[in-house]
Ligand binder design. Structure first.
Ligand code: GDP
Length: 489
């Protein structure tokens, strides 16, 4: 063990002991909210907080339904080193006229919410209201994928990433970068411009994989897609190289320069995130855009399965020895939630839940065997659509109605952001296995008509001149019950 490991471990133990004593006086729960880019983290946190602050409809959130919640309020930001989740700005976007979706998560941020409630225990009630603070930590899921990277050498990572990029599906997207790498001699003298060019081409390839059109899962390093505060730094300016593995890197070669930067990425960027934030979480929700993958076809679904297994693997404490030394306690509960359920008619919600459960079958079973409480759920943090049945079809079709975001297209028609339309999203097969291979069943001749499109957030101020108090949602209360219900007894 290195001396730095020892001192890091000792100061972490002290920090954990301090946190434990503080928790006894003022109970807290640290809730992580993650998911890949655009999975709905910002929208989820904004709606969750708004519903709790504004008397939302939360019938499946027990303390709420039982009338035991006395007061909910936001508290000042507890950690000086962490940016605050900008709840007010995100809410302004949803409340603007016309309503807009808020800016997505680009870095880690935090918000503290406190709930005062009546306990179900007579003794506790005798002592007055109970109090629980929830520290919500919003962070990009891409960063979790860096965990397996921490045990790898630059050479292993280069070899694996190049092999992956040469696979049938990814090769066309990686073409320019692969061409560049093939023409590079790793033993040539180090050169900043070459490093910048290689890193740009590599980043471009990673971005293409995430494009809606391909919907391929993310490959680390996670900060290449979401750099946080590190944009442009040398620790983010590297790329895999084709390496003559029978040799060792020459001093001052491109190879040794890239390897050095890769190590800086590991120690300066990736490790501190896990050490300072990730290991302190008590509960976790992972948001998943399963609809996007189902829409992308079997390959995209397989890719999602892989990435979710990787993510769930991060929470298995025994798997990463470096991390388990820092872990003060195990993550107690993990919720995998398929988001944006409002794109589907409610008759498909249970089916989507079964699909998610099937998709993660093996990973979930393994996690449960290790004693982690894991659940999957379908939800919509903001409900942007209503439902209708189109009787002119035989049999009648279940539709969703909403206003497509300006610029969205269906069948050659471009929308301007004001027009209400009915969309038939297609049916999910009742058998989840079939859904995973076949996706949605839709009439072939009208394939273009059945694409998913982005809907504008709901206009809460214009219905009969009334402003709805809280943001409409689907099953947000069930998520709250699973994540917090037992701590509010
Ligand atoms: P983040 O990158 O995980 O923070 O993702 P966001 O929360 O910014 O969401 C990305 C986009 O997904 C939004 O701009 C919306 O278009 C869409 N979205 C997120 N949540 C919902 C939802 O509950 N319903 C609908 N219809 N769209 C959503």
């Amino acid at each position: 063990m290195k001396f730095t490991d020892f001192t890091e471990g000792a100061s972490d133990s002290l920090r954990n002991a301090g946190a434990f004593a503080g928790d006894l006086l003022h109970p807290k729960i640290r809730l992580g909210v993650t998911g890949l880019s655009r999975s709905g983290k910002t929208v989820f946190i904004t709606s969750l907080v708004h519903n709790l602050l504004n008397d939302g409809r939360l019938p499946f959130f027990e303390p709420w339904a039982q009338g035991r919640v006395r007061q909910v309020y936001l508290e000042p930001q507890p950690n000086d080193e962490l940016p605050r989740f900008n709840y007010e700005e995100h809410l302004d976007a949803l409340n603007s006229n016309p309503p807009r979706w808020p800016e997505s998560t680009k870095r880690v941020s935090q918000l503290r919410l406190t709930i005062e409630y009546d306990s179900t225990s007579v003794i506790k009630r005798f002592l007055g209201h109970s109090r629980l603070s929830i520290d919500i930590l919003d962070y990009p899921g891409e960063w979790l994928l860096d965990l397996p990277l921490l045990n790898k050498s630059y050479e292993t990572w280069s070899k694996e990433t190049l092999a992956n990029a040469r696979s049938e599906l990814r090769k066309p997207l990686a073409e320019k970068w692969l061409q560049f790498t093939n023409n590079c001699d790793a033993q040539d003298a180090q050169d900043e411009q070459l490093a910048i060019q290689a890193s740009k081409l590599f980043k471009n390839y990673l971005e293409k994989c995430r494009d809606d059109e391909f919907a391929l899962s993310t490959i680390p390093p996670g900060r290449f897609l979401i750099p946080g505060d590190w944009e442009g730094s040398p620790a983010l300016t590297f790329a895999p190289l084709k390496l003559p593995l029978s040799q060792s890197p020459k001093p001052n070669s491109l190879w040794s320069m890239m390897a050095r930067r890769f190590q800086s990425y590991q120690s300066l960027i990736a490790k501190p995130f896990f050490r300072d934030h990730f290991v302190h979480l008590d509960r976790q929700i992972v948001l998943v855009d399963a609809l996007q993958a189902l829409n992308g076809g079997p390959q995209a679904v397989q890719d999602l399965e892989h990435v979710l297994t990787e993510i769930l693997g991060c929470f298995r404490t025994g798997r990463h020895s470096w991390l388990s030394r820092l872990w003060s306690k195990k993550i107690e509960r993990i919720l995998f939630a398929a988001t944006k359920a409002d794109h589907l008619h409610h008759s498909s919600h249970d089916r989507l839940e079964a699909v998610l459960e099937k998709l993660m079958e093996h990973a979930l079973r393994r996690a449960r065997l290790q004693g982690t409480d894991v659940k999957s759920l379908v939800l919509s943090a903001v409900r942007a659509t209503s439902e209708a049945t189109a009787l002119e079809f035989d049999p009648p079709k279940s539709c969703v109605i909403g206003i497509p975001v300006a610029g969205e297209r269906i069948g050659g028609k471009k929308f301007d952001g004001t027009e209400n339309i009915a969309v038939f999203p297609g049916d999910l097969p009742g058998n989840p296995e079939k859904a995973l291979t076949d996706g949605f069943s839709r009439p072939e001749q009208d394939e273009e008509l059945y694409r998913f499109i982005r809907f504008r957030p709901p206009d809460r101020s214009s219905v009969d001149g009334n402003t709805f108090q809280s943001i409409p949602h689907i099953r947000l209360d069930r998520a709250l019950q699973y994540l917090l219900g037992d701590r509010l007894k």
